[in-house]
Design a protein around this ligand. Structure first.
Ligand SMILES: *[C@@H]1O[C@H](CO)[C@@H](O)[C@H](O)[C@H]1NC(C)=O
Ligand SMILES: *[C@@H]1O[C@H](CO)[C@@H](O)[C@H](O)[C@H]1NC(C)=O
Ligand SMILES: *[C@@H]1O[C@H](CO)[C@@H](O)[C@H](O)[C@H]1NC(C)=O
Ligand SMILES: *[C@@H]1O[C@H](CO)[C@@H](O)[C@H](O)[C@H]1NC(C)=O
Ligand SMILES: *[C@@H]1O[C@H](CO)[C@@H](O)[C@H](O)[C@H]1NC(C)=O
Ligand SMILES: *[C@@H]1O[C@H](CO)[C@@H](O)[C@H](O)[C@H]1NC(C)=O
Ligand SMILES: *[C@@H]1O[C@H](CO)[C@@H](O)[C@H](O)[C@H]1NC(C)=O
Length: 411
């Protein structure tokens, strides 16, 4: 019965989501075995875009687009080869799908139907808790640390699969997930579907991609603080404490305040003179690592594909702009506050041959992470009523995330 529900659920989603037909075929046991290039990367392309992926974390590793001068730029952070994703000790979650629960879980604890679960901590170690006091991105061996399998790979599309066993990192029940990336014209489409086959469990996913719309080759500024961001539906945000754990409050982003990106588009660095930017992303942290809510249900029926984007990011220097369309109700943006020049650029990025003036590393504020997702730690904040979007059991509708990153280039 459970198995039947599982397959019916997956088939139903696949039918309603174009691009997932391949995943459905794979689920029926008809998979091809695609081979990566010599660097372990899988490539897909459209007329205007070309992207590379690695199995590790189902991560996007490269995204090529021509800037306003016709110069090809690689605008996502990553490593040169798949092997290095597993070797790198810093593990910035480059372009991956963190799971099974993205972002933070307070005290590494949650409760479902009166039962308390403890998951593996991996953030903010203290003397008493050397492994940490909360769980970030699914734990120390979350999905972002594991190799997915490639189930299908065509010229413009790739599907990754992961089977996350019962009890892994402390989470209840098995979860099976498919991640499909497709390039079509100027669009990068992301479809993520996940089903819980055994027990009720939290599921919240995202694409954790680091962007620098200048391909880290801006010869006037090495940071992304001059990138312009718009979050037109985000008049509110989730309040967090000193270590970025939600307090339960939802705060107003008053017009003109540091977290206001809704009243009009604003450069990421535009409010850095405002004292409120200090500690905005946790104690002693200057910048952004915040979860904005996407408030548009109030506007009536909408289609996420055609309704205006939930976020837009652009750089005047390269002319490259991303409009993010998504069905998700929240949006996390991180302004690379924690970067400090220890992450090296890919060969395809930056400026070569002038290391003194243009170091081949990512400086603080050198990138912007955009994450379509649900409310951070909704599982520990029942007053937000995120249950139907974050807790999934056998027989339930599957977890679904859809996003379309639409690119354009302004002369
Ligand atoms: C699997 O795919 C191959 C090639 O596309 C096709 O010939 C075959 O009928 C498929 N098998 C099943 C069980 O769907
Ligand atoms: C793999 O990538 C890493 C980081 O980008 C680089 O340091 C290393 O030299 C590469 N290894 C090979 C064999 O290309
Ligand atoms: C994951 O894939 C990488 C790159 O292909 C490989 O070096 C590594 O050994 C794999 N890890 C596991 C656990 O299979
Ligand atoms: C935090 O988790 C620990 C066990 O991991 C538990 O003993 C404690 O009660 C939890 N604290 C709160 C406030 O939930
Ligand atoms: C900076 O880069 C732009 C775009 O590639 C180029 O047109 C300009 O000449 C460069 N300026 C300097 C000083 O190198
Ligand atoms: C960054 O933006 C500011 C404010 O718009 C502007 O004054 C400055 O010239 C820009 N810097 C670069 C290097 O583009
Ligand atoms: C830079 O950041 C990395 C990763 O967070 C950390 O391991 C390293 O110690 C930092 N280095 C410096 C010089 O602050």
């Amino acid at each position: 019965m459970q198995l039947k529900n599982k397959l019916m659920g997956l088939a139903a989603v696949a039918m309603s989501l174009p691009g997932l037909a391949a995943a459905a075929a794979a689920a029926k046991g008809n998979s091809t075995s695609p081979q990566p290039d010599k660097n372990g990367k899988y490539w897909i392309k459209s007329d205007s875009l070309k992207a590379g992926f690695v199995a590790y974390g189902a991560s996007i590793s490269d995204l090529y687009i021509n800037d306003k001068y016709g110069i090809q730029r690689d605008i996502v952070a990553g490593w040169d080869n798949a092997t290095y994703y597993t070797l790198d000790g810093q593990h910035p979650n480059y372009g991956n799908v963190p799971g099974r629960y993205a972002n933070r879980i307070k005290n590494s604890t949650f409760e479902i139907d009166g039962e308390t679960y403890h998951v593996e901590p991996n953030e903010h170690p203290t003397e008493d808790h050397p492994d940490g006091v909360n769980t970030l991105h699914g734990g120390p061996d979350g999905w972002g640390y594991r190799n997915f399998t490639v189930t299908t790979h065509t010229d413009n599309s790739i599907t990754f699969k992961i089977v996350d066993p019962d009890g892994k990192e402390g989470f209840p029940g098995e979860v099976i997930s498919y991640v499909t990336y497709t390039l079509d014209g100027w669009d990068w489409d992301i479809s993520i579907v996940a089903i819980s086959t055994e027990k009720k469990t939290p599921i919240m996913l995202t694409s954790h991609t680091y962007w620098n719309l200048d391909g880290f080759a801006n010869n006037e500024t090495q940071t992304a603080l001059n990138h312009t961001l718009s979050l037109p539906y985000s008049g509110q945000r989730v309040a967090v404490d000193n270590i970025l754990i939600p307090t339960g409050e939802i705060l107003a982003n008053e017009k003109g305040s540091v977290n206001d990106f809704w009243s009009k588009p604003k450069q990421i660095g535009a409010s850095f003179d405002d004292p409120e930017i200090h500690d905005n992303c946790g104690l002693d942290c200057t910048g952004y690592d915040n979860c904005w809510t996407v408030n548009r249900q109030q506007l009536g029926a909408y289609d996420w594909r055609t309704h205006s984007p939930v976020a837009s990011l652009s750089s005047a220097w390269s002319g490259i702009k991303i409009d993010v369309y998504s069905d998700q109700d929240a949006f996390q943006m991180y302004s690379c506050n924690g970067q400090n020049g220890t992450l090296t650029l890919k060969e395809s990025q930056g400026i070569h041959g002038d290391e003194d003036n243009f170091p081949r590393t990512i400086p603080q504020y050198g990138c912007v992470v955009l994450e379509v997702q649900d409310y951070i730690d909704g599982i520990n904040n029942p007053a937000w009523f995120r249950g139907p979007k974050q807790i999934f059991g056998p027989g339930d509708d599957p977890y679904v995330l859809r996003a379309r990153y639409h690119f354009s280039v302004d002369a």
